[in-house]
Design a protein around this ligand. Structure first.
Ligand code: ACO
Length: 428
């Protein structure tokens, strides 16, 4: 393949380098486009064709259904690694040895105290507030309690900012849920593993000991690994673009949480469960909802289906589907919602509309069913996604800052009014 692309505009030819990535993906480098063409820009709503950065963190091939973190397949990581190892891998680039992992965990635990005054902010929220809005606000508020700026040229400073947020974030997650349930807000237990600690912080009742269930620990660990990174998706791009203005890590992550909240992105896991429940309540007629999803005059979409990048089975959905069966079986949960989900999936995979558009179940189709089996409230599902995505956001933010990327600032094509004179209010 040639290593340049030629663009002809008004008879004038311009050459742009073609860059090949390590997995042989090819990108046209248009950094000089506006200067050499004297102002021509690209137009790509939704950035369907636009690469915003070079990244060495996550590789995904949507046609083949491949997902790898730092070169390791998601299938192998989900089976063999734990969430903290994967977090280390994503953020620092290599799997940790035992000492590195232990130090990482100790440093995170040492940073797991959230200023008690944060509880006053949480108190001001009504119990009806959506946990994602609360989590985003509390994460942003952490900036006020930890105001020191990160010097990105200092390895120590960068490391400290990483362990600080990994330590405090699970506390905020647990508090967000407990506040809604009227339970006292507590801190974690330093003796426990990262995921065990999350579960205890979320579920411990004040009047009884919390008994750990290895099935829940394994299930949550796996879910968090599957959600840990997914290259330049909506929330990750948000984290990078906010961070590109040199806003701090807490502020950037807070913005990412807001982006994740939407039902077309991370909020889909809540939307899927609500959809499955509605179908069940409506008599379980999956054909009726398939027809609604295909009707262009009906805004209904089959939540948990389709993906901007995957035009094949989302590899995470395959792993989660098996896990859903295992976890619900092990916990002895017989959830009729699972039958509705399986029925819907079977029909969609055989339906011409879905086949033609390459709409397959995505990661969110089954994750909510597992969360529900674990006793996590529906409106907390996207919060659990955020907990899993945190190391990915941190890794992407660090990569962007360490590479000294310029501030993110897309162009536009203006289609509004041309210059016109101001009209006095009485003459309008
Ligand atoms: N149900 C019915 N039709 C769908 C669905 C769906 N879930 N998803 C896409 N389509 C149709 C569209 O109507 C469109 O049809 P057309 O070509 O006849 O106009 C075609 O498939 C392409 O869809 P787009 O919206 O153009 O695809 P895009 O890449 O922009 O959107 C998205 C991807 C947002 C994920 C979409 O598939 C969707 O809304 N899915 C449901 C929400 C969901 O599950 N989101 C979670 C994604 S995973 C994640 O973020 C973690």
């Amino acid at each position: 393949m040639s290593d340049t692309a030629i663009l002809e505009i008004n008879g004038e030819k311009h050459e742009f380098p073609l860059i090949t990535g390590t997995e042989n993906e090819v990108a046209m480098d248009i950094k000089t486009l506006r200067s050499v063409t004297k102002g021509v820009t690209t137009l790509d709503p939704g950035y369907k064709n636009t690469g915003s950065c070079e990244s060495a963190i996550t590789f995904l091939d949507g046609e083949k259904g491949i997902l790898r973190y730092r070169g390791y397949s998601i299938e192998e990581l989900a089976e063999k690694a734990d969430f903290l190892e994967v977090s280390y891998l994503l953020i620092f680039g290599e799997l940790p040895n035992s000492e590195q992992l232990e130090k990482f965990h100790t440093d995170i635990k040492d940073q797991s105290i959230v200023d008690d005054d944060v509880k006053k902010i949480l108190d001001a929220f009504p119990k009806t507030a959506h946990p994602m809005g609360v989590l985003s606000s509390l994460t942003s508020a952490l900036t006020a309690f930890n105001p020191s700026c990160v010097n990105v040229d200092s390895k120590e400073d960068m490391y400290n900012s990483v362990v600080r947020i990994l330590g405090k974030f699970p506390v905020l997650v647990a508090w967000t849920m407990r506040k809604k349930q009227g339970l006292p807000l507590d801190y974690g237990d330093k003796k426990l593993g990262y995921v065990e600690n999350v579960l205890k912080m979320m579920f411990k009742k004040p009047n009884e000991d919390y008994v750990q269930n290895p099935i829940l620990i394994n299930a949550l660990d796996k879910l968090l690994i599957l959600h840990a990174d997914h290259e330049q998706n909506c929330s990750t791009s948000t984290v990078r673009i906010v961070g590109s203005s040199h806003a701090g890590l807490f502020a950037s992550i807070s913005a990412g949480i807001s982006a994740l909240w939407g039902p077309l992105h991370g909020g889909a896991n809540q939307a899927v469960l609500e959809m499955l429940e509605a179908i069940k309540e409506d008599g379980g007629d999956t054909k009726k909802y398939m027809a609604k999803a295909k009707d262009k005059n009906d805004p209904f979409r089959l939540m948990g289906f389709g993906h901007r990048v995957y035009k094949n089975f989302d590899p995470r959905a395959k792993i989660i589907k098996v896990a859903a069966d295992e976890v619900l079986g092990d916990l002895g949960v017989d959830d009729p919602i699972l039958d509705v989900a399986k029925g819907l999936e079977k029909e969609a995979l055989e339906d011409k509309y879905f086949v033609d558009r390459k709409l397959y179940p995505n990661v969110d189709f089954y994750s909510g069913i597992i969360y529900r089996g674990m006793g996590i409230p529906t409106d907390m599902f996207t919060v659990m996604f955020a907990l899993g995505r945190l190391p990915g956001w941190i890794a992407q933010w660090s990569e962007m800052r360490l590479k000294k990327e310029p501030i993110g600032r897309p162009r536009q094509l203006y289609i509004g009014e041309n210059e016109r004179a101001y009209k006095n209010i009485k003459k309008r």
